[in-house]
Design a protein around this ligand. Structure first.
Ligand code: ZN
Length: 62
């Protein structure tokens, strides 16, 4: 699995189906074969980045 944002493979597992990208500092979560991307804002809230990617790019490829 690679980060759809920066193509980094340097992902750390932070929970069940949840990963953190050390390349671009976003959170990734996996659901039903799709990668969902979130940016952590300064106040700790998550904002979705999914609009930035095509569905093709967010499909989980093993
Ligand atoms: Zn990344």
């Amino acid at each position: 699995m690679i980060c759809p944002n920066c193509q980094s493979k340097d992902l750390g597992k932070i929970g069940v189906n949840q990963y953190y990208c050390w390349g671009c500092y976003i959170e990734l979560s996996i659901n039903k074969g799709m990668i969902y991307t979130h940016q952590v804002e300064e106040d700790g809230t998550l904002s979705s980045l999914d609009d930035l990617f095509d569905e093709e790019d967010r499909k989980l490829s093993m």
